[in-house]
Design a protein around this ligand. Structure first.
Ligand code: 7TS
Length: 422
């Protein structure tokens, strides 16, 4: 009989990714930068594409491309089928109840602007409130500020503690009768904190508020089930999940999307147009004005197929192991401080080094072939909270290895050497 310990060890082994084999799927990784093998750790900004995604887009343009929903000719039908198959694949991936709940957009930023421009302009009146957290990406701050200017609504911000966790008691206290919308990130791109969105959604619903989840940093790295979460709206970007740029998704509950007015007017989003009035198409087409990024949707489907072939649980497990390893190795460097130590974190580590500007860290580690992000990560308010103008940030994807972390650590040691902090 196998013991529980042995069984757990077997399970853990079966979840291990064969990263060397997977790395072969990503052509861009196999190059040298400044004479060193490329170590790519800028994955929260965007991830690289496997050959299957590159091929799916190439094959689509080479064989099947035409505009969709318009022609009766063979290519238009094939292109329409491919575009709509992508919608079905996204529905399945996030477990939406209905394919009409999947709206194709340019990315997370456009999805949030769509909600602000449609739901927000329709429903918010002076004194209504939109509740966000202190660690949102600018894409989940600025659209609400624009909306507040237009409607007289107020932006309310739930504070974050010194670890990078939302202070839930404060969040709860800030919810009120005037809260119309709660819009929170699932995972902070700047700190890696995982927000307890299930709890956020339950609390918000108790106050009759709708909830939008910015899932740009979660959908590529963990299972996200919109029905289990019971979120009203959810946004993510294809380019952060091994797919093309310029394609993303707004998920919305059908009953809500049906009530929301169109965001942009034009072709495809109408049923009938006259100079007196236009009748809009049903969801999701009501929100897909103009020619969409058809090949992008095809590439997004290929990216989801790729993630599924690797296994989301295995990806999450692998990235959690890398996070643990990187945290312990970076912590051991004297003068280095990790910014963001939340209870639960995704594979993102932000750090600063005593007496060295983050941009100098970025430039020197780049010379060692290591790509990290430096700056405010489009999250200036949370940088201010931690008293830093900028951090260096390493973020993991399925193709990263412990050797990549070792290369980062060696490169950071080099930074210290250059600055005479040995
Ligand atoms: N929300 C979060 C949490 C993000 O991390 C990003 C992009 C966005 C929204 C916007 O996504 P987009 O695809 O519409 O641009 N984050 C980053 C980053 O961390 N570095 O570059 C882009």
């Amino acid at each position: 009989m196998t013991s529980v310990v042995e069984q757990k060890a077997t399970e853990a082994r079966s979840r291990q990714l064969d990263v060397e084999r997977l790395r072969a799927d990503f052509p861009v990784l196999h190059q040298s930068v400044h004479g060193r093998p490329l170590v790519y750790l800028d994955n929260a900004a965007s991830v690289h594409k496997p050959q299957s995604v590159i091929d799916a887009v190439g094959k689509f343009y080479s064989h099947d491309y035409a505009n969709v929903h318009r022609g009766v000719h063979a290519l238009s039908e094939r292109a329409t089928d491919a575009y709509e198959a992508a919608r079905d694949r996204v529905r399945e991936f996030i477990n939406a109840a209905d394919r009409r709940e999947i709206v194709f957009v340019r990315g997370t930023t456009e999805a949030i602007n769509l909600v602000a421009g449609s739901f927000g302009r329709q429903r918010l009146t002076p004194g209504d409130e939109i509740l966000i957290t202190a660690m949102e990406h600018h894409a989940n701050i600025v659209p609400w500020q624009l909306l507040c200017e237009q409607t007289g609504a107020r932006l309310v911000v739930a504070p974050v503690d010194d670890h990078g966790d939302v202070i839930m008691a404060e969040f709860s206290r800030l919810l009120g009768a005037r809260t119309r919308l709660v819009s929170v990130t699932h995972v902070s791109n700047a700190l890696g904190s995982v927000v307890p969105v299930r709890q956020v959604i339950d609390l918000a619903h108790r106050h009759g508020a709708r909830v939008l989840i910015d899932a740009a940093q979660s959908v590529p790295h963990m299972r996200v089930d919109v029905q289990a979460l019971d979120c009203d709206l959810l946004a993510f970007s294809g380019h952060k999940m091994y797919g093309p740029t310029g394609i993303g998704v707004l998920y919305g509950k059908a009953e809500l999307l049906r009530d929301m007015p169109p965001y942009q007017g034009g072709g495809e989003m109408i049923r009938q147009v006259s100079f007196e009035r236009s009748i809009y198409a049903d969801i999701p087409y009501k929100f897909e004005a103009g020619t969409q990024h058809i090949a992008g949707a095809v590439g997004l489907k290929a990216a989801i197929d790729y993630i599924a072939s690797v296994g989301m649980d295995a990806i999450a497990h692998h990235e959690a192991q890398l996070l643990d390893y990187a945290t312990s190795r970076l912590q051991a460097i004297s003068g280095l401080r990790i910014v963001g130590t939340a209870k639960e974190k995704a594979g993102i580590i932000s750090f600063v080094l005593d007496g060295v500007h983050a941009h100098d860290i970025g430039t020197i580690v780049d010379q060692q072939g290591v790509a990290v992000r430096v700056g405010h990560h489009c999250a200036m308010p949370i940088m201010k909270h931690f008293g830093v103008a900028a951090t260096a940030r390493a973020a993991f994807a399925l193709y990263n290895t412990e050797a990549d972390v070792d290369a980062l650590v060696a490169a950071v040691e080099k930074v210290k050497e250059v600055f005479g902090h040995v």
